[in-house]
Design a protein around this ligand. Structure first.
Ligand code: PMP
Ligand code: GLN
Length: 383
């Protein structure tokens, strides 16, 4: 294995899920729902499977899916030409990697906000670029906050791109207008490309609103906007993602993508098109149900003795283990499945500064209520 990929031989999700399976633990580690997506979408997939949609779809994606993605993007007031400005990918993961491979190389710097989704560091390494990490600031009661001064200080003449994930995994932070505005301003002033990971775009709670970075002045032309069906329609295994950007940027991403997978998910593409066109009311119900699950798990964790950070979106809530007398959440996370039968993910695996983040565990709440309740009752045994 080449040196730059040596830190990436396994993923926390694969390891923690394997441990959960081995020990029979409840898996609140890897974020995936335990119920299926809308029946109409599943039926559309079945129809496509038996209807002959089993050969290579077109390179940029099936036309009806690109049209549905363009229509969906209009909800934010953003217009994209389905012919030249949309590319279907093998999940958001491939889109992010292809964007970095296409737009950055050795000698370039990419700004990444920590804690970051695990594939970002690996994808930046694959491109040969260097990651420059800016830490979110943790506050005792309120949301995690973007340190705009630290972000500005991270820009150098070598900076090419910034990766922005909101709603944010693992913290459940939804960046404010002011935070997004500051990022946009920085990109415009320094001629940076923004690569936005919006996979949780529909999963925002309370008064939180998802506003795509591409809607800010000057950003439509310099943002590679990425999303995926997995979280919106409870189909994380389908790996249907997409990129929206200018023809130049989409063309660049396609140059890399077409030699990674060429195409994928042929019969699933029309089903996702159907879901985008018809199932957004179902997604509204999902959102309300996830908000209730967030409440349920957060309250249970507080009862069990954790300090719980508020989550405003995604599948996740972060909790501080120190009130329970533990110092190292990473160590604890590896013991929990065996000890009490609950799997979680330590937040510091998503950072370049493991010491600063070692008191936090990430819990996924995208599970049936009875599963959440059983996990909480097991966590009570930690006292
Ligand atoms: N980005 C974030 C922030 C995620 O949490 C995930 C995991 N679902 C992905 C990207 C990957 O998305 P996909 O499964 O569509 O590749
Ligand atoms: N996105 C999911 C999470 O953060 C897991 C994705 C994966 O297993 N790679 O838990």
């Amino acid at each position: 294995l080449v040196p730059r990929l040596r830190p990436f031989t396994s993923t926390i999700f694969a390891e923690m899920t394997a441990l959960a399976v081995r020990t029979g633990a409840i898996n609140l580690g890897q974020g995936f729902p335990d119920t299926d997506g809308p029946a109409g979408m599943l039926g559309a997939a079945k129809d496509a499977l038996f209807g002959g949609a089993n050969q290579y779809p077109p390179g940029p994606g099936r036309p009806e899916l690109r049209a549905a993605i363009a229509t969906h993007r209009q909800r934010y007031g953003l217009e994209y030409d389905p012919e030249t400005e949309i590319l279907v990918t093998a999940g958001a993961t491939e889109a992010i990697t292809a964007a970095l491979l296409a737009l950055t190389e050795a000698g370039d710097e990419v700004i990444v906000i920590e804690p970051y989704y695990d594939s970002y560091s690996a994808a930046v390494a694959m491109s040969g670029a260097t990651r420059k990490v800016v830490s979110l600031k943790e506050s005792a009661e309120g949301p995690f906050v973007l340190d705009v001064n630290a972000l500005r200080a991270a820009v150098t003449p070598r900076t090419r791109a910034i990766l922005v994930n909101s709603p944010h995994n693992p913290t459940g932070t939804v960046f404010t207008e002011a935070e997004l505005g500051a990022i946009a301003d920085l990109c415009v002033r320094n001629d940076l490309v923004a690569i936005t990971d919006e996979v949780y775009e529909h999963l925002v709670f309370d008064d939180a609103v998802h506003r795509p970075l591409a809607t800010f002045p000057g950003m439509r032309a310099r943002t590679v906007s990425i999303s995926s069906a997995g979280k919106t329609f409870n189909c994380t295994g389908w790996k249907i993602g997409w990129v929206c950007a200018t023809p130049e940027l989409v063309g660049a991403v396609k140059a890399a993508k077409q030699f990674m997978t060429f195409v994928s998910g042929g019969p699933l593409q029309p089903a996702v098109a159907y879901a985008l066109d018809h199932e957004l009311p179902w997604v509204e119900e999902l959102r309300a149900s996830l908000a209730a699950k967030r409440n349920r798990l957060s309250a249970g964790l507080v009862e069990a003795g954790f300090d719980v950070h508020p989550s405003f979106g995604t599948y996740f809530v972060c909790a501080d283990v120190r009130p329970l007398g533990f110092e190292d959440a990473a160590e604890l996370a590896w013991q929990l499945p065996e000890r009490i039968g609950v799997a979680t993910v330590p937040v510091n695996v998503f950072t370049d500064h493991p010491e600063d983040w070692k008191h936090l565990l990430r819990f996924a709440f995208c599970k049936k209520d009875e599963v959440l309740d059983e996990a909480v009752s097991r966590l009570h045994k930690l006292r």
